[in-house]
Design a protein around this ligand. Structure first.
Ligand code: AKG
Ligand code: FE2
Length: 389
């Protein structure tokens, strides 16, 4: 595993000024330099206490031992081997397993999913190499005003509690897939090439997953993709990829790497390194998702909950940190074009099963990505789109 290099801290350094844009976007009244966590922990003499802006209120703090007790509670692990081939029996079996996982968990892991292990490893390597660049080099790709991609601290809440995480956000597939975007790192050397390959391969997995979920609901294989207007290469659908770095934390029981949230995507496909930290809220407990090498963690996003008219739910999850070693996660979010209208699939509706959610364009749903910079109004945005709301 690549280690993060600590650089000398730089009390005043011109490149950091670029991060001022972040602050403009979050409209803080008082200017406080958003410092990357990676820099924070590299202070001379080390960091023994986390700054107060990272400290969660008591009720939100992770019960790290409690979470571990539930570690074996069993997020389903589904072997997708052979499912893309013409083996009807195998496909039926996997469809049933996915349907059960969607119903009971909203989360599952997949192995033998079709994305080559060497490509997953290549992606992990370039992502870790990016975070190992000097602060100055990384900040060449700092988020720009009005943009939702680049290097920064996207979920830094202006009046909430900050996540113990640094992020690099990019589009790895689709019309928005701008390899030429100035915020798309050109370093390390193979970064763009690997992101491009990875994005294409993960997109194929998304298509396959949507088919299997559709069939499991008794729908045509393309029902979900059609409803969300997801097509290969056209239509504005995209994969947004968040590269999350959670540096080791001196007080992991006080902070969260990622505060509880549900994803706003259709589906999320996440790769994590061999350090656990992802937790899913299930029956009142936080359940740890154990890392499995070259597996993907799949979860249903809010758009899936709307399209399935609530049959499947997007589930709250969070990331916790630890004091010993950095954790990485790379989350790919399948998102429709902003103008795509998301609504419950007609075939799932009847007189006894009326639409629970109103039709909403994805752009309206995300509110122009303002959620990247503002604290959540409650954890479940989806509730605002209930017909009864
Ligand atoms: O780090 C993780 O495992 C979770 C990240 C996550 O939930 C997200 O990026 O939406
Ligand atoms: Fe998430």
């Amino acid at each position: 595993m690549l280690r993060i290099r600590c650089r000398q801290s730089r009390p005043v350094s011109p490149p950091v000024v670029q991060l001022k844009h972040l602050r403009n976007l979050i409209e803080e009244e008082h200017f406080t330099m958003p410092e990357m966590v990676q820099e924070l922990i590299c202070q001379p003499g080390g960091l023994s206490q986390v700054p107060s802006r990272f400290v969660q209120p008591v009720e939100e703090r992770p019960q790290l031992t409690g979470s571990l007790e539930h570690a074996q509670a069993g997020i389903p692990i589904i072997d997708m081997k052979g499912v893309a081939a013409a083996d009807a029996q195998r496909r039926e079996h996997v469809v049933a397993e996915i349907a059960r996982a969607c119903e009971q968990w909203g989360f599952f892991q997949v192995i033998n999913h079709g994305v080559a292990p060497s490509l997953m490893e290549g992606f992990r390597d370039v992502a870790c190499e990016f975070f190992s660049l000097s602060q100055q080099e990384k900040e060449e790709y700092a988020v720009e005003p009005g943009m939702c991609v680049g290097y920064g601290r996207f979920y830094e809440a202006s009046d909430g509690v900050a996540n113990w995480a640094d992020n690099l956000i990019l589009f790895s597939y689709g019309d928005e897939h701008k390899l030429a975007n100035p915020c798309m790192p050109a370093k390390p050397e193979r970064f763009r090439e690997i992101v491009d390959k990875y994005g294409r391969s993960v997109f194929e997995l998304f298509i396959l997953l949507m088919e299997l979920v559709s069939v499991g609901m008794g729908l045509e294989p393309d029902a979900i993709a059609k409803q969300a207007n997801i097509n290969r290469g056209t239509g504005g659908a995209a994969i947004r990829t968040d590269l999350n770095l959670y540096p080791p934390c001196p007080q992991p029981d006080l902070v969260l790497g990622s505060a509880p949230h549900a994803d706003r995507s259709i589906l999320t496909v996440l790769q994590q390194n061999q350090v656990s930290g992802l937790e899913v809220f299930k029956d009142g407990n936080w359940v740890r998702v154990p890392p499995i090498k070259n597996a993907f963690v799949i979860n249903l996003g809010d758009q899936m909950q709307i399209m399935t008219n609530g049959t499947y739910q997007s589930v709250l999850h969070r990331a916790v940190t630890n004091h010993a070693v950095e954790r990485y996660s790379f989350a790919n979010f399948l998102v429709p074009a902003d103008e795509t209208c998301i609504q419950p699939i007609g075939e799932l509706l009847s007189a006894s099963s009326p639409p629970l959610y109103r039709a909403v364009s994805f752009g309206e749903y995300t509110g122009g990505n303002s959620y990247l910079f503002k604290p959540l109004e409650g954890k479940r945005r989806i509730d605002a789109f209930l017909v009864s709301a």
